[in-house]
Design a binder for this molecule. Structure first.
Ligand SMILES: NC(=O)c1ccc[n+]([C@@H]2O[C@H](COP(=O)([O-])OP(=O)(O)OC[C@H]3O[C@@H](n4cnc5c(N)ncnc54)[C@H](OP(=O)(O)O)[C@@H]3O)[C@@H](O)[C@H]2O)c1
Length: 295
């Protein structure tokens, strides 16, 4: 099996930091760069190397991981002065792990390959609390040779790596997965809000779900969050809004009929506009309560 000398992580947000900790704990040499350097103080205190200068990180590591907000931000870090494009060479591999849109994935893969840089879109299902246990699921889009080159990195993060097909299919699989996740969380929010509005005890309602075929781990975590109105973010609501708009863009491109995705996008956008963007994505429940009569 291939070995990987070291990994440079571009983006030290919630996911980037958790990925860095996991790789470090698994004995893989890592370094992290973040636009806002102060955000990495926790990693520094744990002895995990950080880079204050992006070009230093880009020069030093044969594998780059991006895990940034969205397509436009990822593109800007690629093309900015001193950005990734200037250091792209055939001896390096770019693992794009953020949840970005499909057209940007294809465009960046194309630009990377023009410089000889190998590219794999490898977005993940699972969040910062799944990473310490290696429980992410990786959806990989790209050539088998590229996947094999970075397999040790992905295996350190993930119990399951699912090759989806050519470049872009990892991104499409991630959008498809988050469409299901949005359905589940919006469904749970509407179930709870409706039940409360008609005067039922949420704990009695939960007892029914918990012991039925409806039960799952997403409901378990998010029922508690909604009931306690504790929306400490694991996955920020604004990123689910972004994913839903990216799903609709892909639906238009491919001709997929996804009417409920549209409803959920405008619901999530309303939640974000209402100031809930930095809360957990389960805070969409707040919007349903807000618009229920007398609540
Ligand atoms: N959290 C989850 O459960 C989860 C799960 C799967 C996938 N994802 C996806 O992973 C990605 C990151 O999520 P996250 O939860 O880690 O978000 P996050 O904590 O908000 O981190 C976002 C990262 O993007 C950086 N960034 C934003 N604007 C930038 C700019 N203009 N230039 C350079 N860097 C910029 C941020 O840097 P600053 O600190 O300087 O702002 C930070 O490093 C998103 O695509 C998300 O959808 C998240």
């Amino acid at each position: 099996m291939a070995t990987v000398a070291s990994v440079g992580i571009i983006g030290g947000g919630r996911m980037g930091q958790a990925i860095a900790r996991r790789l470090y704990a698994q004995g893989i040499s890592v370094q992290v760069w973040n636009r806002t350097a102060e955000r990495l103080q926790g990693l520094v205190a744990e002895g995990i190397p950080v880079a204050s200068d992006l070009p230093d990180l880009l020069r030093a590591h044969p594998v780059w991981i991006t895990v940034l907000n969205d397509g436009p931000v990822t593109r800007s870090v690629w093309s900015m002065p001193g950005g990734m494009a200037e250091y792209a060479t055939p001896d390096k591999v770019w693992l794009q792990m953020g949840s970005i849109d499909y057209p940007t994935t294809l465009a960046l893969a194309h630009e990377a390959r023009r410089r000889g840089l190998r590219f794999l879109d490898a977005p993940v299902l699972g969040g910062p609390t799944d990473i310490p246990a290696g429980r992410l699921i990786v959806m990989a889009g790209g050539d088998e040779e590229v996947l094999e080159a970075v397999r040790p990195v992905l295996e350190a993060l993930s119990g399951r790596i699912v090759p989806m097909g050519p470049v872009g299919t990892g991104t499409l699989a991630k959008l498809t997965s988050n469409l299901l996740l949005a359905h589940m969380v919006v469904g749970l929010a509407e179930w709870l809000s409706f039940g409360q509005q008609v005067g039922l005890d949420p704990l009695h309602l939960w007892e029914v779900v918990k012991h039925s075929k409806l039960y799952n781990l997403v409901f378990e975590a998010k029922f508690a969050a909604m009931l306690e109105e504790n929306f400490q973010p694991s996955f920020a609501l604004q990123w689910m809004a972004k994913d839903l708009w990216n799903i609709l863009e892909a639906a238009r491109q491919f001709g997929a009929y996804a009417p409920v995705a549209h409803t959920m996008a405008v619901l999530y956008q309303a939640a974000q506009n209402h100031g809930l963007g930095e809360d957990d994505y389960s805070a969409v429940y707040q919007v349903l309560r807000l618009f229920s009569r007398g609540t």
